[in-house]
Design a protein around this ligand. Structure first.
Ligand code: DX5
Ligand code: ZN
Length: 216
């Protein structure tokens, strides 16, 4: 199966954001990955709902929203109002993860749980049958353009096993330092969805970079 490509607009040119969204619309990308940061859960701030309202209007692909914020459940109505298909919340930000996952579903979105590099796959055992997707961070969240953490390959393999053993249908998405080289190994290990920022937006031809990732 070809991987779904979810370009992260964190690496887009915010002065000409419409151009980058239109590039994604005309590419083989499956989704648009949107990174929301609060300066508390992660040491950076990206963009918020007033900006994303315009992104959502222009984007023709489903929105894959990744919340790197504390208490993400507070913003379920705002994410829903964007028309997002997928809402990713961090395991580390949700003491009552099961409740948050149900709330996301009740709001009519697909729930995904994200784990940081130091969070073991085993912590997902009791939620894996309730989620649409698991997002495995392959860098410490907060910035684009960081170096891929090698151990992620083992984590993806382990997650693939957990999904098989539990009969879950969850997709596996990987985010951080994804390029043609790491992407090929991630897909071989069992990844279904690749997020990429730098590898797409710093490429001379971003549409071609998306095509190459899609056809690894
Ligand atoms: C990092 C974000 C990523 C980031 C990936 O905190 O969650 O989505 O944009 O950027 P690259 O692909 O450049 O590592
Ligand atoms: Zn992300």
């Amino acid at each position: 199966m070809k991987p779904i490509i979810s370009p992260s607009i964190l690496s887009a040119n915010f002065a000409y954001l419409a151009n980058d969204i239109e590039m994604i619309n005309g590419s083989e990308a499956g989704w648009v990955h949107i990174d929301i940061m609060d300066g508390v859960f992660v040491p950076n701030i990206s963009f918020g709902f007033p900006v994303l309202k315009y992104v959502a209007k222009l984007a023709e692909k489903p929105l894959d929203v990744h919340l790197m914020i504390v208490q993400p459940e507070k913003f379920i109505p705002e994410v829903k109002a964007l028309g997002a298909r997928i809402m990713n919340v961090h395991y580390e930000a949700c003491p009552h993860l099961h409740r948050v996952v149900q709330q996301i579903r009740e709001a009519g979105m697909l729930p995904a749980v994200t784990i940081n590099p130091a969070t073991p796959v085993a912590m997902l055992r009791d939620i894996i049958n309730d989620v649409y997707m698991v997002l495995v961070m392959s860098v410490n969240p907060g910035f684009g353009g960081q170096k891929f953490i090698e151990h992620t390959i083992d984590k993806v393999r382990e997650l693939r096993e957990l999904i098989t053993v539990t009969g879950s249908e969850a997709l596996i998405e990987v985010d951080g330092g994804v390029n043609l080289e790491t992407g090929a190994r991630l897909v071989a290990a069992g990844a279904d969805v690749l997020v990429a920022g730098n590898a797409i937006f710093s490429a001379p031809d971003p549409v071609e970079a998306i095509h190459a990732l899609r056809n690894l």
